[in-house]
Design a protein around this ligand. Structure first.
Ligand SMILES: Nc1ncnc2c1ncn2[C@@H]1O[C@H](COP(=O)(O)OP(=O)(O)OP(=O)(O)O)[C@@H](O)[C@H]1O
Length: 624
């Protein structure tokens, strides 16, 4: 199974050396700081400033410790020595308290940044995903990039900021400890590195083992997601039961889960080995440090008090260095995923339809919409779905598109409604190419009853108004016209009923009831052009008849583009276009098309024959 692209960077990460990571660190930190800064200047400044100040007090506290130890190790009676140590002791206490307070403040600012960064990147992503041209969503690469940005990249943003601050905290702690040691005796500085390296190595190695394991588990995890979706989701639940698939799905899941468990157990063993090796090396290094310190003491290079402080400083430095190495590794990892997010945003920006330089103001209505020699292929498709289609819609007409499955009717309707741009040809409103209009405004002028409408998990009201401001009586009028008023009347909370069973007090509708809401949604929008794409597929005979009657009487003076397979309903259309393999092969009114005896006449004849057919034979009647 192919590796999902949102996990793409696991391999890159596993192959990158610590040095490679360190080289990219400044750019990543700068990026994280910019992001944090735009989310909250105050919290960013606090997280950085307070951390730096805490480092100063760490060093100060360590140096003051020397004073305490000096006094305690001096000659003389113990009470005198304690008294002499008191001022330094107070300094140590003050420095430690201040350092802790500053760190707490920095931690608070750091955790305040997370939700602010989260909000910023989420809103930015969805602003873009809802604005890009629809064709971008048919492009597999764009889709992958969007998935990566959405599933992983977006989450990485706050993590980049958090870990960048962790890098800073580690670096500040390390500099404080190293500075202290440098002041005490320069030879102590390499000792710090010596003791910290094994721990740093062990944490990077253990993290790397985890990434490598994730890499091997990618397809297993993906299968687990798919299976868990099938077993714990509402949509497939009925079929899981009808086809008694439970045992089959559970066995499949268990097989993969066992594989994942074995990999995890193996990882735990290998990580423990690494950590034990790290600890052992650390023990040897620490012993070496103490031997060196002893030597320095023995040779009289440093006094006992300095050696005591050095031990403390080395321990502080060790912790900071280990944290620094770990944070560097993490910031690099999260930075890779965050780059996905940034790259996606840049690509999405490029794919937002722009108002052209020769833009024209869109009129409120039209006398004639002409579609001229339209050709269109979906992104990545080898064959065009439309080939040189020319049609015309005049104000107040009902124009029908008919044709067999896949002939291009929906595609044509989508181009007319401004959802896709054609590869060749034009759609003109009273002679002006729609290219020149702001596409958002164009879509405002067109109401669509879509073939694949969405069951919005919202209230019945919002399923019709789609979040638009309500005009007096419009909602009731649209609902009545679509027969949705009867649906709403039966709901426990009327228009306020939540139409999603996954929520408490949520309600489910039947297929036809959903379609009535979708039709009401189209009628609710006050637009001069109404496009109805299979608006009655799920409706009962009475509702279907009522809807077609309404469309026949020109839907309140609008122009209607009707797509349907129910050919009896297009008999009264002003004009009918018959599509076949992306081409208009016949056009005219019902009578003209029947007279032509082409595809329309054939399809119409088939449907009419089904209704004319005699009664079904009684059960048991022998068939000839
Ligand atoms: N998003 C898409 N990406 C790629 N190809 C598509 C897409 N949507 C439709 N197609 C292809 O375009 C062609 C025309 O499809 P379209 O949906 O316009 O047909 P239709 O006439 O409305 O069919 P139906 O009567 O089944 O609704 C088909 O071959 C279909 O496979």
């Amino acid at each position: 199974m192919a590796q999902p692209k949102w996990n793409l960077h696991t391999a890159t990460l596993a192959e990158t050396s610590l040095r490679g990571q360190a080289r990219q660190l400044p750019a990543l930190i700068a990026q994280a700081t910019r992001l944090a800064w735009s989310a909250s200047r105050a919290d960013t400044a606090a997280a950085i400033g307070l951390n730096l100040a805490a480092g100063v007090f760490t060093a100060f506290g360590l140096l003051a410790t020397t004073g305490v130890l000096n006094a305690l190790f001096a000659a003389g009676p113990t009470p005198d020595r304690v008294r002499a140590a008191l001022p330094s002791l107070i300094l140590v206490g003050v420095a430690t308290t201040l350092q802790a307070a500053l760190r707490a403040g920095a931690g608070w600012a750091q955790s305040r940044l997370t939700p602010q960064v989260d909000r910023m990147v989420e809103i930015r992503l969805f602003e873009l995903t809802t604005r890009v041209e629809l064709a971008a969503l048919d492009d597999a690469d764009f889709h992958d990039a969007m998935e990566r940005a959405n599933l992983r990249g977006m989450r990485a943003a706050p993590a980049v900021v958090q870990t960048a601050v962790d890098v800073l905290t580690g670096a500040v702690g390390l500099v404080a400890a190293a500075g202290t040691l440098g002041v005490l005796h320069p030879v102590l500085l390499p000792l710090l590195l010596l003791t910290a390296l094994p721990d740093g190595w062990a944490s990077v190695r253990a993290a790397r083992l985890r990434y490598l394991m994730l890499l091997t588990l990618v397809s297993a995890e993906r299968r687990k997601w798919i299976l868990s979706d099938l077993m714990a989701n509402r949509d497939p639940a009925a079929e899981v039961r009808s086809f008694t698939m439970r045992g089959f799905l559970l066995r499949q899941y268990d097989r993969i889960a066992a594989y994942v468990r074995d990999a995890e157990l193996d990882l735990a063993r290998r990580q423990t080995l690494v950590r034990v090796s790290g600890d052992a090396l650390q023990g040897v290094a620490t012993a070496g440090v103490y031997v060196s310190l002893g030597l320095l003491l023995w040779l009289g290079k440093i006094p006992l008090a300095v050696a005591g402080t050095a031990v403390l400083a080395i321990r502080t430095g060790q912790t900071s260095l280990a944290n620094l190495v770990y944070a560097t590794n993490r910031v690099y990892e999260e930075g890779l995923y965050f780059r996905d997010y940034l790259d996606f945003c840049a690509e999405a920006e490029r794919r937002i339809p722009q108002v052209p330089a020769d833009g024209a103001e869109i009129p409120d209505g039209f006398d004639r919409i002409t579609v001229e020699s339209l050709t269109f292929a979906y992104p990545g498709a080898t064959d065009p779905s439309l080939r040189g289609v020319t049609i015309e819609l005049r104000r107040g007409e009902v124009v029908a598109l008919v044709g067999e499955n896949g002939s291009g009717k929906t595609t044509l309707a989508k181009i007319i409604s401004g959802l896709y741009l054609p590869d060749a040809g034009e759609v003109r409103w009273d002679g002006v190419s729609v290219h020149r209009f702001d596409q958002e405004l164009l879509r405002e002028r067109i109401a669509v009853i879509a073939q694949n409408y969405t069951h919005w998990p919202m209230s019945a009201r919002h399923n019709i108004t789609m979040g638009r401001a309500e005009l007096d009586g419009e909602l009731a009028r649209a609902a009545r016209a679509a027969g949705a008023d009867q649906v709403v009347d039966e709901l426990p909370h009327g228009y306020e009923t939540l139409l999603d069973r996954r929520f408490e007090n949520g309600h489910e509708l039947s297929g036809g009831q959903w379609q009535r809401l979708a039709v009401a949604r189209g009628f609710y929008r006050d637009a001069p052009l109404l496009i109805c794409d299979e608006p009655t597929a799920a409706l009962d005979a009475r509702a279907e008849h009522a809807l077609f009657e309404r469309i026949r009487t020109h839907a309140d003076g609008r122009t209607v583009l009707l797509i349907t397979h129910r050919l009896a309903s297009v008999r009264h259309a002003d004009r009918i276009y018959v599509l076949d393999h992306g081409r208009v092969i016949e056009q005219g009114d019902h009578a003209a098309l029947m007279a032509q005896g082409g595809l329309y006449a054939e399809l119409y004849g088939l449907q009419a024959a089904a209704y004319r057919a005699g009664p079904e034979p009684a059960p048991g009647t022998p068939q000839r």
